[in-house]
Design a protein around this ligand. Structure first.
Ligand code: SF4
Length: 403
């Protein structure tokens, strides 16, 4: 399955290409004081480790710009300076060596100031994001439109884009973030029709998880599904590492980025479960995430339906009576005591990544599949066959054999 993505102009934030068919990039923003160089760098490294391709840092005072001068050369990912109100801080951030700028058209409104920044950015080949935010929309536009409606957000972006274009500046990204998901979606749809620049997607002020995650996924996911969006940010009221991780996961789950981390699928559990699925899944997730294995792993509560339902997973474990059936691509390769399920899963997952599918299937324990099949039948007898497979098969055979 692939998405037809909207064609956009490509620009570069340092070495990271944005737009023009480049992989959709993940952004996040530090929450430290920028003047605290070591604290900010530690967070930048944590964000990069969690999947951020680009990190934005506020440049709200001279000391912040000075901090950027030390942070940028030591950062593992390109840095974008976030600028509000004071255009001179944008010039200072450029001098500090940042790889991009975000300007808020709602609070830097003077044409000559915007053009001065654009001219300097153009000389250094730096991109600028026109970052419109419903919460800080230009007062005149707010009055004209009555409220922060999608048309007002897009108009704000277009005014700023025109200023940039007038000085020949085209390395532009645009965002029209709204805290209301439906308004956000509509704003980006309008914007996508109006410009050919790459778009930076986000639901602003989404709040703490889980609501903040749900809003972000609803807004960003809907647009990505329509082929709109070149770079994304989850704006969560949480540790920004959560933002980076969530952004990265959304792209991986949509098949828009190669899997870099774990994809744990687990059944929701039900009366058939032979183990505490939540406990096993949580422990498995912690262990597998720590091992940083880029695979899909299934944790299933029973062997009756588990291996079949999770046969697409790279590896998985399902609970039998006191034992775990460890399977690779649906084929049972080991049967282990219940207490060792997580340990065995981790061990086998690591070997699968190191040695590959064929090697691990070749190492399947003798009789594992037979033992598993016998235990499964035993369990069906004890629990009953919820799917009534035998009865249904007999009825189908009756019908097929009838006159
Ligand atoms: Fe229930 Fe088993 Fe399905 Fe889990 S795998 S939901 S325990 S039937």
């Amino acid at each position: 399955m692939s998405f037809t993505r909207r064609q956009t102009r490509q620009l570069h934030v340092g070495p990271v290409a944005v737009g023009g068919g480049a992989p959709i990039s993940v952004q996040s923003m530090t929450t430290t004081k920028t003047a605290d160089v070591d604290g900010t760098l530690a967070q930048v490294y944590a964000l990069a480790g969690a999947g951020a391709d680009i990190v934005r840092i506020t440049c709200n005072e001279v000391e912040a710009a000075q901090g950027l001068a030390e942070i940028v050369p030591r950062s593992p990912v390109p840095i974008i300076a976030d600028i509000h109100y004071q255009y001179r801080l944008a010039l200072a951030a450029i001098e500090a060596g940042v790889q991009g700028l975000r300007l808020n058209p709602g609070n830097i409104r003077k044409e000559e100031q915007i053009k001065a920044v654009a001219s300097e950015a153009k000389d250094r080949a730096l991109p600028i994001r026109v970052g419109v935010n419903a919460g800080s929309l230009d007062k005149d536009l707010l009055e004209k439109h009555g409220s922060a409606v999608p048309e007002a957000l897009v108009e704000s972006a277009l005014v700023e884009i025109r200023y940039l274009e007038e000085v020949g500046f085209e390395d532009i990204k645009v965002s029209v973030k709204h805290s209301n998901v439906r308004s956000m979606i509509e704003s980006y749809r309008l914007l996508a029709d109006a410009v050919g620049y790459p778009l930076h997607l986000g639901v602003t002020e989404a709040g703490p998880p889980p609501a903040g995650l749900i809003k972000s996924v609803a807004g960003i996911g809907t647009l990505l599904n329509e082929g709109i969006g070149d770079t994304i940010r989850f704006s969560l009221t949480a540790d920004p590492v959560e933002e980076a991780k969530a952004g990265r996961q959304l792209l991986e789950f949509l098949g828009l980025r190669e899997r870099k981390g774990l994809d744990l699928i687990a059944c929701p559990s039900c009366g058939r479960a032979e183990v505490d699925v939540i406990d096993v899944a949580t422990r498995a997730q912690e262990a597998l995430e720590a091992a940083n294995l880029p695979i899909q792993v299934a944790v299933m509560g029973c062997v009756v339906n588990g291996p079949g339902e999770a046969r697409e997973a790279d590896i998985g474990i399902a609970a039998g009576r006191g034992r775990g059936h460890l399977f690779i691509k649906g084929q049972v390769v080991r049967v282990v005591p219940e207490a060792e399920m997580v340990e065995a899963l981790l061990e086998e997952a690591q070997k699968l990544v190191d040695e590959g599918l064929d090697a691990r299937l070749a190492h399947a324990e003798a009789n594992a599949a037979e033992i598993a099949a016998a235990e499964r039948l035993q369990l069906i007898e004890i629990q009953g066959d919820a799917n009534r497979s035998a009865e249904r098969r007999a009825r189908v055979a009756d019908v097929a054999g009838g006159d």
